[in-house]
Design a protein around this ligand. Structure first.
Ligand SMILES: [Zn+2]
Length: 318
């Protein structure tokens, strides 16, 4: 349930607010937006705030009023003219896109503009993306499409070129930490700051880390990987045991890999040239694991290979 439909509910992202404020104020909207930026910084929220403002019966300033019938339905998540499409089992397939495109040719039920939010558009299959192209180029009247993605890189260039891109960023660490403190009273600034750092300034990701208690496991994994590996020592058992713990995270495993990426990127900041190359290998290993999980490879196997790779990258130079 959304409580506040004003853009003040969006933390940071000043540039986003300015760009959208201008378009909403002038009434000149593109057919389609691409909201790109890290997970958990407010892309979907912004799409909903935009929908609220566009269809509000009594907008106040640049915002939806939060009280009219349109705003109330949007807040409770059942507005007939606000459609949200999210990946199912990790992707958005062609059937859903075809069905969506067909439905857009009918006028909106009651609003001036139907807003269609397609989340994580990079998870679309190539066929699905291709079938969206025509609609994206010339959407039927009275529809606004808002696509979200982490970056444009994984998208078809033909998708990107048909949208107006709006870029979101992670928040400055202290600002993110203060936000976490507000959301989780009693957490203490030190832990809030650690979460903000580990999430690269993404409040949404930080809260997920906290909720799923991933930080303790993160510390254990880093300790394991930083321990010196010697030839006469059995280092296989602890790695296999830790891999089993990672695999047990199931659908949270990709999120956890994100944590390890933050750790590696931090090491890169202070790395010597040789060490920098090692960290790059580690990032590549993490990316590989990510892709394997997307292809539904066995989680235990992926975790074992990953941990050995992360460990041996150090062993090679020491
Ligand atoms: Zn309203």
């Amino acid at each position: 349930m959304l409580n506040d439909l004003s853009f003040a509910a969006l933390a940071g992202q000043q540039k986003v607010k300015t760009v959208l404020g201008r378009s909403l104020g002038s009434g000149r909207m593109p057919h389609a937006y691409l909201f790109r930026g890290p997970d958990g910084v407010g892309k979907k929220l912004t799409a909903l705030l935009t929908a609220a403002r566009l269809n509000c019966l009594a907008p106040e300033g640049g915002n939806g009023c939060g009280l009219c019938s349109s705003c109330s339905r949007l807040r409770s998540g059942n507005h007939p003219d606000v459609v949200v499409i999210a990946p199912e089992n990790g992707s958005i397939g062609i059937d859903r896109v075809r069905e969506l495109c067909r439905s857009l040719s009918y006028p909106p039920y009651e609003s001036a503009i139907r807003v269609v939010v397609i989340e994580d558009v990079h998870t679309m299959t190539t066929e699905a993306a291709n079938s969206l192209l025509k609609t994206l180029e010339e959407p039927p009247e009275n529809n606004l499409l808002i696509l979200t993605a982490e970056t444009s890189r994984a998208l078809l260039p033909t998708i990107v070129s048909r949208c107006q891109a709006v870029t979101f960023y992670g928040l400055p660490i202290d600002q993110c930490a203060r936000l976490i403190e507000q959301k989780l009273p009693g957490i203490g600034f030190d832990e809030a700051r650690l979460l903000a750092q580990l999430s690269d300034g993404s409040p949404g990701i930080a809260l997920a880390f906290k909720e799923k208690e991933l930080v303790a496991l993160y510390r254990a994994v880093v300790t394991l990987l930083e321990a010196e590996v010697t030839a006469d020592q059995d280092n296989v058992t602890p790695v296999l045991e830790t891999a089993a713990e990672l695999a047990a995270l199931k659908e949270d495993l990709p999120l956890f890999l994100g944590l390890l990426k933050t750790w590696v990127r931090d090491l890169m900041k202070t790395a010597t040239e040789v060490n920098f190359a090692v960290q790059k290998q580690r990032l590549a290993a993490l990316d590989r694991a990510h892709r394997q999980l997307e292809r539904n490879c066995n989680r235990t196997l992926v975790s074992e290979v990953l941990l050995f790779n992360l460990q041996s990258s150090v062993a090679e130079v020491s």
